[in-house]
Design a binder for this molecule. Structure first.
Ligand SMILES: [Zn+2]
Ligand SMILES: [Zn+2]
Length: 133
């Protein structure tokens, strides 16, 4: 009798070997799977994006990440801001892939975490009312 955990290991190992030997076939299969399951695919991609975003926010905004100006902690309100401006230019280049690009570039200096309120105020007025005296 085989116990199920060694059986699982064997199946995983077989899959690994299969992927290694037939990468083109596996890629084709994955492509078809993505085309056949657009919703699942979107959900997976979103989960992945959220994870990447959280990693970048935590790197620049602390753990848990918060707005550098007002201390906002809701992750839905937070954004990655380029300290020396140029944020809109970067958004044009990287779009929603900004977080990915930051990781790929090895977490370059010059970013901070701001909430959308503070970010907008700084963008429009050049200052945040939280900091106005
Ligand atoms: Zn804020
Ligand atoms: Zn503020």
């Amino acid at each position: 009798m085989t116990n199920s955990s060694t059986h699982n290991e064997k199946a995983k190992e077989a899959m690994r070997r299969f992927r290694k030997r037939f990468p083109v076939y596996v890629r084709q299969y994955e492509k078809e799977w993505r085309a056949a399951n657009p919703e699942k695919r979107r959900a997976i991609e979103k989960k992945c994006r959220d994870k990447v975003r959280l990693r970048v926010l935590t790197h620049y905004g602390g753990n848990p990440p918060k707005c550098k100006c007002c201390g906002e902690k809701h992750i839905e309100f937070l954004s990655i801001d380029h300290i020396n401006g140029g944020g809109s230019k970067e958004r044009k280049i990287y779009g929603s892939k900004l977080a990915y690009s930051i990781i790929r570039r090895g977490y370059p200096k010059g970013y901070r975490v701001l909430c959308h309120n503070c970010n907008q105020a700084l963008g429009y007025y050049g200052y945040c009312p939280h900091k106005k005296k």
